[in-house]
Design a protein around this ligand. Structure first.
Ligand SMILES: [Zn+2]
Length: 329
């Protein structure tokens, strides 16, 4: 893909294109930012642009060099550690040896190290020298969701480009281009929480199932009979349920926003869950607007905390107790 095909992060693209035009792409780079922000795609596009036979500041996606990178068969572009948690010391030794060899066919030798935060100390230390004084023809791109977990000595030797989560509108537009309806794309974009990779993996049937389950829990939260249903499910959040917990909260947030919209007399065409309009109207009739606002706020806060590394079970408890209290607003 060319830079325009990599989602979001226009600032990073601008910096890289300028650097390419001027022939001044830093040799040691960190691409850091949240999961699904397009860091690896950006790294591979940069690797292609550095070697493209047709363009100076982008990938043409068509010349033999660009195609070889796409096929994973370019001798000068090496991607390490996609699936291993630990970049082994032998791999970094190999990288160090390779780094000083002139490129075989391309102009630049590029190493992309994914999940660079899992470099163990010996591997990281063995990389320091090459990161400090890389040969002019060699670029090392460390890709990581957690740049703060890299050794300070690594960070100080690299130029860090900070990636941001992809905007909801952009994810929505890209999903629309992939045969989702406007309503589906709008909801999926919300559920993806800025993670473009996740957005691409969604299957509509699974999302329907998730919404049905979430509605049962959501309704129970406000009912006198079974308010504890949510806690039965998420009172302790085992690792395996963490992703589902986040997804359920995201769906709750879409329900609460819809209820608020209806409560304020907004246009039903703007509902995130138009197929739930009947149930949402029934709920909206029973909810005062301040309660809807407070629940939306509570969900935003919980979702923000969820991104930090707080105890999920405690988050679920706090959320539950705050929201059930709001039922009496
Ligand atoms: Zn090309």
């Amino acid at each position: 893909m060319a830079f325009k095909d990599v989602p979001g992060n226009t600032r990073v693209k601008r910096i890289l294109k300028l650097a390419l035009e001027r022939g001044r792409v830093p040799n040691s780079l960190i691409f850091g930012g949240p999961p699904g922000a397009g860091k690896t795609d950006m790294a591979l596009t940069l690797a292609k642009a550095l070697n493209c036979q047709a363009l100076a500041d982008d990938s043409c996606d068509d010349c033999p060099s660009c195609r070889a990178v796409d096929n994973g068969r370019h001798p000068d572009v090496v991607v390490l550690a996609a699936e291993v948690r630990d970049v082994k010391i032998e791999q970094t030794r190999f990288l160090k040896q390779m780094a000083y060899l002139r490129p075989m066919t391309g102009r630049r030798r590029v190493f992309v190290i994914r999940e660079a935060e899992s470099l163990n100390d010996p591997s990281a230390n063995s990389l320091l020298k090459v990161l400090e004084e890389p040969p002019s023809f060699c670029h090392i791109i460390l890709v990581t969701d957690s740049p703060h977990r890299l050794l300070p000595t690594i960070r100080s030797r690299c130029r860090t480009l900070a990636f941001s989560a992809i905007g909801r509108e952009e994810i929505e537009e890209r999903l629309l281009a992939r045969a989702f309806s406007r309503e589906q794309a709008r909801l999926l974009a919300l559920l993806s929480r800025g993670d473009f990779d996740r957005a691409q993996e969604f299957e509509w049937e699974k999302v329907q199932e998730l919404r049905d389950n979430a509605w049962t829990l959501f309704e129970a939260l406000g009912s006198a009979e079974r308010p504890g249903l949510f806690l039965e499910r998420f009172g302790s959040v085992p690792k395996a349920a963490e992703e589902e917990f986040g997804e359920v909260l995201e769906v709750f947030s879409s329900f609460a926003r819809d209820i608020l919209l209806l409560r304020l007399g907004g246009d039903p065409a703007l509902l995130l869950n138009p197929d739930y309009e009947g149930r949402l109207r029934a709920a909206a009739a029973a909810w005062a607007a301040p309660r809807a606002v407070a629940v939306v706020e509570e969900l935003d806060r919980t979702l923000a905390d969820l991104r930090g590394n707080l105890n999920k079970g405690l988050l679920a408890l706090t959320f539950f107790s705050n929201v059930t209290e709001l039922a009496h607003v």
